[in-house]
Design a protein around this ligand. Sequence first.
Ligand code: 5GP
Ligand code: ZN
Length: 137
Amino acid sequence: MSETCIFCRIVKGEIPALKVYEDDDLIAFLDIQPANPGHTLIMPKEHYPSLAETPDEELGKLFIAAKRAAKAAADAVGTSDFNLIVNNGPDAGQIIGHVHIHAIPRFADDGHRHWAKKSVSEETMKDVAAKMKDRLG
Ligand code: 5GP
Ligand code: ZN
């Protein structure tokens, strides 16, 4: 637990939240500034600052809970489509330093856009692929 973390304070009940699921390890609650109705945050109760810093053992249960919460959120607001998103690090848009998965129900023409596509040279693509293969063993 981190004394200064807003999400740890939600876990402890010190800050109110619309909780939709809770067990010994995980909690899910509605995002206070939703991208769409039903926008839900799913996270471990334990304080890990980011996805990259979360132990592998935690991730299976977390991802299954995210899938279940996303389906429930989508169903509750009348759709079957959703995005699961993790912002890892400030340059990726992470604001709260307690790992969480966003489940965002989606509707046709809801105004959200996917990332802009960039043209990357074949040389760079091959260089990145080679470096990744090295790192992934
Ligand atoms: P991030 O950018 O870190 O991936 O997303 C943080 C999310 O937490 C944002 O979508 C923001 O609206 C939500 N959030 C921030 N503070 C609170 C809060 O006190 N309560 C709830 N329910 N959501 C919060
Ligand atoms: Zn925390």
